[in-house]
Ligand binder design. Structure first.
Ligand code: 5AD
Ligand code: SF4
Length: 423
């Protein structure tokens, strides 16, 4: 039985794919690199926007057409499972808490494993991907119920991974050569277990031998407090990288989205971060065309992009998700208008991103080497703030190299190694 894994969507899905790989390995099922060689295909799907669902459906249909067994797992498996099976697109559908059943299905077991309602997978040791950077979930699920978002329905209630189990997973990663760990969750700041909060976990992980760099994704701006930022600044291993999804800069729209903060609350948090980390790499998510968003609301967001000067933004046109509160709202913005607003926003932010990238040029930085550069020569590296840089030099992943940032090409910052003095 050879199996091919295909991943859609967010970082959490990418991390879930590693859980599935572990389950496959433990069951003696071989994972193959190309779908043509597989007997079965497991899709880790995303339902956050229609486009992601359409892509997964298309791929599943093709695989079914080629006679492969198709398991649709993850968010779309949870939300649209019955429908997919009825339509003949999937043989099996499983939600994010049911991955343990994948090997049973592939091996044709008559009985499927018992699954808990709220899984943490905290007993599973991460697979060795050969990389120096890895991600590991510290909390699963979401119960914020932003009115546009389907995630709380697909991934269920928040549950934190007990620290002992998490530490075991991190130590295992370090043993396989990992030096940089990203703590993952839909909202890591909601972590709560045994009287420990997220900042306590960060401090503890920083103390684990062999952990050189720590990052985290994603944080809900509402849950970021001043004390946390101050304690973060005292962790030398922490990357100066903050992904704080703003979504909209109109308080009226933020209210309808149920985000729990105003734009001035958000600005205050950005100030804390930038004061504590002057070289912070700050990124965000923006959603345009939410039901009831007026042209004026949109202009407010557009102006705010200028003010906040994000280093990068993930920008989306609102996509109606059945079952969510926003899908039932009146005043849905016409799709063509959503697309127009998105194009305007992207144009504006692209220029800001370009100018923000320029500000690194001329600096001398210690770069952490992660992998060979995807195109051409050199190595992919990152600064202390997680901004990626292409280094024109050969070096081993995991090494640190002092280099001069010499220019920008497209999205990439380019670096040359600092010249060693020859005596
Ligand atoms: N339509 C468009 N974008 C969405 N997001 C979440 N739900 C939707 C939706 N219904 C975006 C948000 C979130 C990111 C992961 O995806 O910006 O932060
Ligand atoms: Fe969705 Fe909001 Fe939860 Fe993020 S915090 S996953 S946007 S409901």
């Amino acid at each position: 039985m050879d199996c091919y894994l295909k991943v859609y969507g967010c970082q959490m899905n990418a991390a879930d794919a590693h859980l599935v790989s572990r389950l496959l390995q433990d069951a003696g099922i071989r994972e193959v690199e190309v779908s043509a060689e597989a007997d079965a295909v497991v899709l880790l799907t995303c339902s956050v926007r229609q486009h992601a669902e359409d892509r997964a459906r298309g791929f599943a249909r093709t695989m079914r057409g080629e006679g492969k067994k198709v398991i649709v797992a993850g968010c779309m498996g949870q939300l649209r499972g019955e429908e997919l099976i009825k339509e003949g697109i999937a043989d099996f559908a499983l939600g994010p808490d049911e991955y343990r059943r994948i090997p049973d299905i592939l091996l044709g077991s008559r009985e499927l494993s018992e699954v808990e309602g709220l899984e943490t997978y905290s007993d599973l040791l991460p697979v060795d991907t050969g990389g120096v950077s890895a991600s590991q979930a510290i909390i699963r699920g979401c119960e914020n119920y932003c009115t546009y978002c389907v995630v709380p329905y697909a991934r269920g209630r928040e549950r934190s991974i007990p620290y002992q189990a998490f530490e075991r997973q991190v130590r295992h990663l370090v043993d396989t050569g990992v030096k940089e760990i990203f703590l993952l969750g839909q909202n890591v700041l909601a972590y709560k277990h045994d009287n420990l909060r997220f900042i306590d976990i960060l401090e503890r992980v920083a103390g684990i031998d062999g952990v050189e760099r720590i990052g985290f994704l994603t944080s809900h701006p509402r849950d970021l407090d001043y004390e946390t930022v101050q304690r973060m600044a005292a962790i030398p291993e922490l990357l100066h990288f903050f992904h704080l999804p703003l979504q909209s800069a109109s308080d009226r729209v933020l209210g309808m989205m149920n985000r729990g903060y105003t734009v001035s609350d958000y600005a205050e948090r950005v100030n804390w971060v930038r004061r504590a980390f002057p070289d912070a790499y700050l990124t965000t998510d923006i959603l345009v065309g939410f039901p009831g968003e007026t042209r004026e609301d949109f202009e407010i967001t557009l102006d705010a992009m200028e003010r906040f000067q994000f280093d990068f933004a993930y920008m989306f046109a609102y996509s109606e998700r059945s079952g969510t509160e926003a899908a039932r709202m009146e005043n849905q913005v016409p799709v063509s208008e959503r697309q127009k607003r998105l194009a305007t926003l992207i144009e504006k932010q692209s220029e800001i991103t370009r100018l923000r990238s320029q500000r690194w040029v001329g600096r001398s930085e210690e770069l952490f080497v992660t992998a060979p550069a995807p195109r051409g020569e050199g190595m992919l590296t990152e600064m202390k703030n997680h901004r990626s840089v292409i280094l024109n030099h050969t070096a081993r992943p995991g090494e640190r190299v002092r280099a001069k940032l010499v220019g920008v090409s497209g999205w990439s910052v380019l670096a040359e190694p600092a010249v060693k003095e020859v005596v």
